[in-house]
Ligand binder design. Structure first.
Ligand code: F6P
Length: 348
């Protein structure tokens, strides 16, 4: 039976969202379903902002970054009548299914709607942070990793020319996946991540040891969620002075500057900072992300066709599998200690 399938993209955008939209739409249209896009994440279902998706709408979007549907960090559970309005609009728009493409927050809403209201939803895992459980990788991460690695490579040559310490701050929220993997790929001399926070003193010692070995420059990668940690036991999370979002997240960013001052003061080496910020999220997806996003999208369309609500498409090894949505949002996927230990071999 033909279904009316809705699609939304929620939370921070990331490269590959359009590839999922294209794959879900293409396969669903081929099966005789109708597809509609929901504008700006959950806000579009609260405020009833929909647009038709046909062959023309998805033409040429595969390599495009961002999302043609727009996105937001709206949480219907935090709005007065938010959930009621979502349910009302699903009914009045005769939507039979929703594909929610998002990270921890967007999929957390999807999971609750499924558990508490038997909402017909299927999830697709995206985020540059790669911090979702139940999947080996989220799409968007590979692109962010590639951008960060290229930045580290570029900073190496200028660091070397000036005998400087370069601190690169990358995103990742409360996990250090981008930091540890770009740091390994780019040959960083110190990497600081939230999961295994080495102290500022240790980081300075590693840099000093390296300089004593005759290297006049160093590359330090720090994850935005790293808390400045001192040998005294003192810890300091650096966040911007703005209100938390509807999911309770503070806006991170800026730790690189504090770390750089500490390094310069304690070691005497001239130090500079680069905060990569949203550059990591913008632009065209890597081939790997395009393929992963496409495979996720095709499977999400299959799950909708089969009515397997409350599931999420996931990567296990090389296989695309379906997992319960609740498993994906139960806990954050953090960097395992052994992974960080491997990176530490090259510190100093
Ligand atoms: O979750 C993706 C992410 O890019 C995080 O790495 C970062 O902390 C956050 O989003 C930034 O959010 P915003 O785009 O709202 O500034």
């Amino acid at each position: 039976m033909s279904k009316r399938v809705a699609l939304l993209t929620g939370g921070g955008d990331c490269p590959g969202l359009n590839a999922v939209i294209r794959a879900v739409t293409r396969r669903s249209l081929d099966r005789g379903h109708e597809v509609v896009g929901v504008r700006e994440g959950w806000r579009g279902l609260v405020d009833r902002k929909l647009q038709p998706l046909d062959e023309r709408a998805i033409s040429g979007i595969l390599p495009r970054g961002g999302t043609i549907l727009g996105t937001s960090r709206t949480n219907p559970f935090k709005l007065e009548d938010g959930v009621e309005r979502v349910l009302e609009h699903v009914e009045s728009e005769r939507l039979d299914a929703l594909v929610a493409i998002g990270g921890e927050d967007t999929l957390g809403v999807a999971s609750r709607l499924f558990e508490e209201h038997a909402f017909p939803v299927v999830g697709v895992p995206k985020t540059i942070d790669n911090d979702l459980s139940a999947t080996d990788y989220t799409f968007g991460f590979d692109t962010a990793l590639t951008v960060a690695t290229e930045a580290i490579d570029r900073l190496h040559t200028t660091a070397e020319s000036h005998n400087r310490v370069m601190v690169v701050e990358v995103m990742g929220r409360h996990t250090g996946w981008i930091a540890v993997m770009s740091g390994m790929a780019g040959g960083a001399d110190v990497i600081l991540i939230p999961e295994q926070p080495i102290t500022v003193e240790e980081a300075c010692r590693d840099i000093q040891r390296r300089h004593e070995r005759g290297k006049d420059f160093s590359l330090v990668v720090v994850s935005e969620g790293y808390e400045l940690t001192y040998a005294s036991g003192e810890k300091r999370q650096i966040a911007q002075e703005v209100a938390a979002d509807e999911f309770g997240h503070v806006r991170l960013g800026g730790v690189g500057h504090f770390l750089a001052s500490e390094i310069e003061e304690r070691t005497g080496y001239e130090t500079r900072v680069t905060v990569l910020g949203h550059v990591q999220r913008g632009g065209t997806p890597t081939a790997r992300d395009r393929i992963l996003a496409t495979r996720y999208g095709l499977q999400a369309a299959d799950l909708v066709h089969e009515g397997r609500w409350g599931t999420m498409t996931a990567l296990r090894g090389d296989d695309i599998v379906a997992v319960p949505l609740r498993d994906a949002v139960a806990e954050l996927k953090t960097v395992p200690p052994e992974f960080y230990e491997a990176a530490k071999t090259f510190f100093g």
